[in-house]
Design a protein around this ligand. Sequence first.
Ligand SMILES: NC(=O)c1ccc[n+]([C@@H]2O[C@H](COP(=O)([O-])OP(=O)(O)OC[C@H]3O[C@@H](n4cnc5c(N)ncnc54)[C@H](OP(=O)(O)O)[C@@H]3O)[C@@H](O)[C@H]2O)c1
Length: 225
Amino acid sequence: MKLTIFAATGGIGRQILEQAIDAGHDVTAVVRNPQKLPAALSRQVRVVTADLAAANPATLRSAVEGADAVLSGLGPRSNSEAGVATRGTRAIAAAMKATGARRIIVVSAAPIGTVPSPARPNPPKHDPGDGFIMQHLLSPLTKAALRKHYADLAQMEDILRDSNLDWTAVRPPRLTDKPLTGTYRLAHGQNLRHGIFISRADVAHYMFRAIKQPETIKQTIGIAS
Ligand SMILES: NC(=O)c1ccc[n+]([C@@H]2O[C@H](COP(=O)([O-])OP(=O)(O)OC[C@H]3O[C@@H](n4cnc5c(N)ncnc54)[C@H](OP(=O)(O)O)[C@@H]3O)[C@@H](O)[C@H]2O)c1
């Protein structure tokens, strides 16, 4: 497939990139700092440089033109960068609409189903997949600590819902750097009971599978080991 990978220097992004190269796909990697890509990887892909906080629309259009799918691991590296998932995804969606690319899979986060956003000001109080401890202890704690980050991801999902693209937002819980297993649990539109961890490698693995799953279009997908 012809794939465009955004944030290919991030934890999940790098996993997407490596798995895409291993599978022999035709890859465009969009990064803000190409020096973070090892030469052995950048030699095998087309590299496009773009800061997604203020991206040039023409650069993004050229990056997504003709893509069978766009995979994004974009997210704020710190609270001060919160907003980049919204701004960047809005710019990516505009480039896709302009060029006719349709399929996009992004990384969101497990608590986002219960985070208010401009388009969903009154989301459910609890995710139906969360158990007692997640609902009453872990989720409130992480939502307090990562308030701005989660508000950014919730608004990113709003943009996708409003986009008319064939989008899927994958909502992982805590990410780890454990190796790829290819074995994980999935749930449409909700989190997974006792779903506390998932490796970045497995999230990337699932994002490839989702490309070919029409039932995940316009859906959020819970994933956990
Ligand atoms: N950490 C967790 O446990 C957890 C749990 C659930 C969901 N999530 C979500 O999953 C996302 C991906 O996780 P991760 O571990 O792969 O994150 P990460 O390693 O922090 O990667 C974030 C990526 O976004 C890129 N980025 C940030 N601002 C950018 C900008 N202005 N222009 C272009 N690229 C930009 C970064 O580029 P650089 O490499 O240049 O910095 C990096 O490639 C997180 O951002 C978060 O929203 C995280």
